[in-house]
Design a protein around this ligand. Sequence first.
Ligand SMILES: [Mn+2]
Length: 347
Amino acid sequence: MARKSDRFLSNLSQASRVTLVTHVNPDPDSLGSMMALAHLIGEKLGIPTRLTRDGLISRAENRAMVDLLEIDLVPLEAATWIPGEAVVMVDSQPNTGRHHLGSDVPLVAVIDHHDTPGQLEGIPFVDVRRSLGATCSLVASYLREQSVTPCARLATALMYGIETELGGYPREASPLDDKALIHLYPIANKDLLAHIRNARLPQTYFNGLLQALQNSFVYDRLIISWVDDLPQPEMAAEVVDFLIRFEEVDWALCAGVHGSNLILSMRAAVADAEAGDLLARVVGKLGRAGGHDRRAGGMIPLTSVSENAIEQLCSELRKRLLKALHIEECRGQRLVSKRDILQNLHS
Ligand SMILES: [Mn+2]
């Protein structure tokens, strides 16, 4: 029986070029996965490849990863396609509202680990494993199957991609994730990893964090943080990663305005939370959402950026989320009381 990686490669063997695409605001898991597949295709098929970027990469760690590992990314909006081109999507699925990819793009393969299903009909090669912590672990297994040893740069990218996906508790990981980590650790550049993990933070980061803390409200086992002006879209995830560690909650949501969108990020601290499905239901037709068991994200396009309209949208979201989590409608308790906020200002 042909292995998955054999079938993947044979689907691309006639391509003139292979372009790798992923979700908007690419994260370490998607960057590492694109790099590994490009390396595999180059080594095994000798076909030219290119990596793309949909939207910006603004999280400090992710920018550090791109800079330090010198990852060359073609902005998707500037990409043109040549005859015989094959496109491979990683860490995402088509029509999930997570990319700006045209429907005319010749998608040959989709490799992903998200719970949220996309439109996969007619795509020649699909490898979606929902139980996996990271897409990087899946592509690392392709490298092992094909006896392609990653160089230090690639191993570093894959390791960072995996560790960023496995960070929460309870762990969202499978034996294949741990196997990949063991395989990659000796090869990866640990100094570069430390450099990426500890990327220097801009002043706007602390501004955003303060805003988030001052606007966090607790409803039973849920905490919601509203941010009027998110310095960058990926910050919503950083806020919930921090808030979910609050000992009195099991759920954390951050909703922040960025440009003309409301960016959503959610975390659960309990197993079998099905957070991706839950957030998708809560958002419904207002926008798009999805993700994993304990981590979810989404986006709602704002029809108006007036304070009133945003407030109304947030109140609707809160109502739906409380209902979905079977929490009675109540007044939220501030995480930090107004009195404390004011007192801290004056002291
Ligand atoms: Mn991923």
